[in-house]
Design a protein around this ligand. Sequence first.
Ligand SMILES: [Zn+2]
Ligand SMILES: [Zn+2]
Length: 331
Amino acid sequence: MNSTAPVYQSADVLYANTDFSKLSWIETQWAAWYLWIGNPVIATGLMSFLLHEIVYFGRCVPWIIIDAMPYFRQWKLQPNKIPTPQEQWECTKQVLYSHFTIELPMIWFFHPMAEMFNMSTWQVPFPSWQIMVPQIAAFFVFEDMFHYFAHQALHWGPLYKHIHKIHHKYSAPFGLAAEYAHPAEVMILGTGTIAGPLLYCYFRRDLHIFTMYVWITLRLFQAVDAHSGYDFPWSLQHIMPFWSGAEHHDFHHMAFVNNFSTSFRWCDRLFGTDDKYRAYRKRVAAMKKSGMSKEEFAAAEKKLNAEVEAEGVQAEAQAEAYQYGSKAKVA
Ligand SMILES: [Zn+2]
Ligand SMILES: [Zn+2]
């Protein structure tokens, strides 16, 4: 793989040294795409944008269907708050608007940036999975830590009021709300997803954009699922206890405090920003154990959630009332 090969020559020159008989089906399709478009900048930009749209909205579809089926309410984390189709449509329009106005122009710069960091784009074959898996694992860890601190910063009064408040519109989130956020937030938190691979590439110089696509696909699944509002017995966090999942992030939206990370639970555990969440979980577990009837449990859970949410509203008002140099008091 020669990443220094001139890429802006006519398309057939791009793969002059490639033995097509040794490529897999997907690698052949990949090369065909770059040959068909003829311009690597447009080919990468268009593919990145399409991948993002298809994966994001594609992953939201099952959650829209689940929200429409009362059978699944038994696993809803805030069972009294089911998003209406109108709410979901409003959210979709907003997300689409920011995808086309903010993300599309940014994605356009991606190919030149990838080249600057020596990332392989049009090149085939792809790296082996033995190379890809540890790279993607490292991106997950980097993003989670970056997000933990950046997200906490976004809860600081002035940044909250002007930026992060939009994402907190939904105290009971749903899949589509994952990217419902201020453009500045998309850029700040998006850095956690993009900077890991770019830094890695800068120092190691052996990253293929295909690996990055696999990473972004998994990260989108993580983000949409974390906002889904459902915790099933087969959800990933029951198999991997350090995985956050919806059960963890749903609490952040309901309570406004605690649980700032994305994929893993260890940052919040380590820095103690999960104390309220753990106390809440303990109370729910005790209610489940107490032998109360289904109806009694539902009523008790509703009451507890309302309490937690009311405290969250108070905490939000406190954050918004922040004034430079003094801790504002909210009545
Ligand atoms: Zn937040
Ligand atoms: Zn969220």
